[in-house]
Design a protein around this ligand. Sequence first.
Ligand code: 5GP
Length: 131
Amino acid sequence: MSSIFTKIVQGDIPAYKVAEDDRFLAFLDINPLVKGHTLVIPKQETDYLFDLDDNLLGDLMVFAKKVGKAIESVIPCERIGMTVIGLEVPHAHIHLIPIYSIYDMDFKKDKLKLTSSEFQAVADEIQSAFQ
Ligand code: 5GP
């Protein structure tokens, strides 16, 4: 069965997309720790990040860097934190999180509740900053 992220890639379920090319997709995490919390994935479905081939992994990081630069240009933060967990969704992904302190990356915290229009506004801002 396809992962939930493959369903997003295929357009079967919606997501607030912020950047895309032929191999990679970035979209807002639906349960964000902070505004601008973004997931970056390879479109090719592989569960574990470290099972990606070296070139794809390297290019994913470069794509994530560009997404991170776009996020930090529109979301107030000290810098962009990056982490990989992957225990919930078996489709390799990188979390990009605008942070002021380590506590902004605490996944045990209550998640932010954003309205659909708030999500869309954040996605639009990041998307327009992405180059
Ligand atoms: P992890 O696998 O890294 O432990 O967590 C998966 C992340 O994906 C979580 O932060 C969760 O909020 C997010 N997530 C799970 N399902 C969806 C979804 O359907 N859409 C979006 N945008 N994010 C999701």
